[in-house]
Ligand binder design. Structure first.
Ligand SMILES: Cc1cc2nc3c(=O)[nH]c(=O)nc-3n(C[C@H](O)[C@H](O)[C@H](O)COP(=O)(O)OP(=O)(O)OC[C@H]3O[C@@H](n4cnc5c(N)ncnc54)[C@H](O)[C@@H]3O)c2cc1C
Length: 473
């Protein structure tokens, strides 16, 4: 049988595995490699087909890493307190300091571990968030990272089953006994094991669940990542009395190109043009200060802002002066020689759009424009104001992008200890650990710190693998 294609159904059901892992993204793979290196017989149950393996991890580009001096591609130093303060700023204090500091401290030893398991790094990309000191970029992106880890896992003898949808994690009292799995839509199989690692992500791809949490508007949201993270295991564990963390009604959403596919558009559909734009809703009205702060600090609020507009849609309008100032979306902008014509091409009332832009232009004041600094170039007498980068939109051709909310991840997760052990009101489950998005809500209760998702998954994945291996030893 080809490497990594899994064992025949009868053999995998008859085997008692040391460690059964639900999910096949970064956290699952870090756990699998660690447990296999400790000598365990490990099986990965990946819900996606092989070409789509690796969950949201395959869309990533970098991970955030503490370092006391230059480390691999990372420049200078990035120390624990600065890292933690960066986290406090975005989470507004919604974090578990003990767990957060543990993740931050451990991140330093992750980088060489990742390299030893086939991940290559490259210096930070320019033209986007400036992260050369804090974030190590994966050469070939998350897809290359995931492929390297699958190779490493398979070389260690880990069995991988694709299209393996875990439906239920069976507990007997405080112990895991087996998972119920349907492979490629087949009948339910029991995969028994001595320990379980749960690493199957959040629930953002279950639109019905999102709609329950967010209201009907969620039906119009686009999901930036894998369609396979539907929260089946998460819900199953919550139904069985596991403690949760993170706000169930919240998700991280950014403004993305409205032409992105419903799922899996990934990073190339993100739009960074808002600070240089006039942004209007379907009715041609502005609704928020496009220049409130630098884009890295504001890009995460625009998903929500657009979500609150009629039909959950917005339109960013720029002119020829700004078209090269941001990383473009994979789709070319809609282009026209007049604002009115641009409005018509975007499906808006062209006359109304032209009036909105004319009002904006009349409120713009002369001054120094600086695209990467808060330049204070603000409108006067306009509501809402634009408080930076408020240059008139007056130089043809004019360009427009439709914006829609793109969900990155949900915050609801399982509560774990600092050894990744899953908690219930009656105490910890003896042989169940969780890693990655599944438990990240403890550390990232709100907002997002670029690159921290992969750090949490790497640190907790390795801990879960180590603890599961120690349990079965
Ligand atoms: C477009 C995009 C870009 C991002 N960029 C970055 C970045 O650059 N840096 C960063 O740190 N973070 C980034 N993130 C966040 C990051 O992707 C996550 O924090 C991280 O990948 C979570 O890893 P994970 O292993 O927990 O989940 P995932 O990688 O999503 O893996 C979950 C796995 O579980 C499987 N699964 C789900 N349900 C089941 C089931 N019932 N049975 C079996 N398997 C199941 C899925 O198929 C998948 O393999 C990005 C997210 C997106 C969407």
């Amino acid at each position: 049988m080809a490497k990594g294609q899994g064992a025949p159904a009868a053999a995998r059901s008859a085997t008692e595995w040391d460690v059964v892992i639900a999910g096949g993204g970064n956290a699952a793979l870090c756990a699998a490699i660690t447990a296999a290196e400790a000598g365990c017989k490990v099986i990965i149950l990946e819900g996606a087909p092989k070409p789509y393996r690796g969950g949201n991890s395959r869309h990533t580009r970098n991970f955030r890493c503490m370092h006391e001096g230059p480390l691999s591609v990372l420049t200078d130093a990035y120390l624990e307190d600065e890292y933690f303060n960066d986290l406090l700023l975005v989470t507004k204090g919604k974090t578990d300091e003990r767990l957060a500091r543990m993740v931050i401290r451990s991140s330093q030893e992750c980088l060489p571990w990742m390299q030893a398991h086939g991940v290559h790094f490259q210096p930070s990309l320019s033209g986007t968030l400036s992260l050369s000191r804090t974030n190590a970029f994966f050469l070939g992106g998350g897809k290359a990272l995931v492929n390297a880890y699958y190779n490493a896992a398979e070389d260690l003898g880990v069995t991988v089953v694709y299209e393996a949808q875990v439906r239920h994690v069976h507990l007997q009292g405080d112990r895991f006994t087996h998972m119920e799995v349907s492979v490629a839509g087949g009948p339910v199989e029991r995969i028994a094991g001595r320990a379980a690692v749960l690493a199957s992500g959040g629930f953002q791809s279950d639109i019905e669940w999102l709609t329950r949490a967010w209201g009907p508007a969620a039906a119009n949201f686009l999901i930036r990542g894998t369609p396979y993270n539907r929260g089946v295991v998460l819900k199953d564990m919550i139904d069985q009395g596991c403690d949760t963390v993170g706000d169930p009604t919240q998700c991280h959403a950014v403004a993305i190109d409205g032409r992105a596919p419903k799922y899996d558009g990934g990073i190339c559909t993100r739009l960074d043009c808002v600070p240089f734009s006039v942004v209007v809703n379907r009715d041609g009205d502005r609704f928020y200060n496009e220049g409130e702060d630098t884009w890295p600090k504001r890009y995460a609020i625009w998903g929500r802002l657009v979500a609150a507009q009629p039909e959950q849609v917005g339109y960013a309008i720029i002119d020829a002066k700004s078209i090269d100032l941001f990383m473009p979306s994979v789709f070319p902008a809609i282009k026209a020689d007049s604002i009115e014509e641009l409005g018509r091409q975007l499906g808006l009332d062209g006359g109304k759009l032209a009036r909105t832009v004319a009002d904006f232009n009349a409120a713009a004041r002369p001054g120094r424009f600086h695209p990467t600094e808060l330049d204070g170039l603000a409108t006067e007498g306009l509501d809402p104001p634009k408080t930076n980068w408020a240059r008139p939109i007056d130089t043809p051709p004019f360009y427009g992008y439709q914006l829609r909310p793109g969900v990155t991840f949900t915050y609801l997760g399982l509560k774990v200890s600092d050894t990744a052990q899953v908690q219930t009101q009656a105490g910890p489950l003896r042989n169940v650990w969780a890693a990655g998005e599944m438990m990240a809500g403890s550390i990232l209760g709100q907002g997002y710190l670029a690159g921290f998702g992969m750090t949490i998954g790497t640190v907790f994945g390795r801990i879960a693998g180590r603890e599961a291996a120690a349990h079965v030893a």
